[in-house]
Design a protein around this ligand. Structure first.
Ligand code: FE2
Ligand code: FE2
Length: 159
């Protein structure tokens, strides 16, 4: 398919670091390497989400859209930052689906200066499990990138 992003893995990693290096280096994000999530962990899943987000930005630009890549990358890296071993495991799924986005959005605003669009993208990233769909382009990209990353997590594929 011609619209596919041609960016190499190395370029994608550089673009993630350019937009979210402070997040990657933060203690809270680093803790995610130890929190299990699907067949991987929260940090790896979040990196995959950011990589998918960048590729979606590339595809959308070719279609005439103007995604804010910095916002997309940061929202992707932070969308599950509120997950802990406790909230990921041992609670009923519907409760988990509502609680961790709220906690992630709170942390994103308070600790990482998230914009309103980033906050909303994080709050509604579980759509359609949550009722409210994301309202803005950043939100739609994060929702889609999260699903792509989750399918990669389930296949145990490296980014
Ligand atoms: Fe999530
Ligand atoms: Fe996620």
């Amino acid at each position: 398919m011609e619209e596919r992003s041609k960016a190499s893995g190395e370029e994608i990693r550089e673009r993630i670091r350019a937009a979210g290096g402070d997040i990657l280096d933060s203690e809270r994000f680093q803790r995610g390497w130890k929190i299990r999530h699907h067949n991987t962990n929260v940090a790896q899943h979040s990196l995959r989400t950011a990589a998918a987000g960048i590729r979606l930005c590339d595809m959308l630009r070719k279609k005439g859209f103007e995604p804010d890549e910095r916002e997309v990358v940061r929202a992707c890296l932070l969308h599950d930052i509120g997950m802990t071993e406790e909230t990921v495991h041992g609670k009923v799924a519907w409760k988990k689906a509502y609680e961790h986005p709220r906690e992630s959005a709170r942390i994103a605003v308070e600790e990482y200066g998230a914009t309103e669009d980033m906050k909303n993208a994080i709050l509604w990233h579980m759509w359609p499990i949550c009722v409210k769909p994301p309202g803005r382009l950043t939100g739609w990209i994060v929702v889609t990138a999260d699903k792509i990353a989750t399918s990669q997590d389930l296949r145990k594929k490296e980014i």
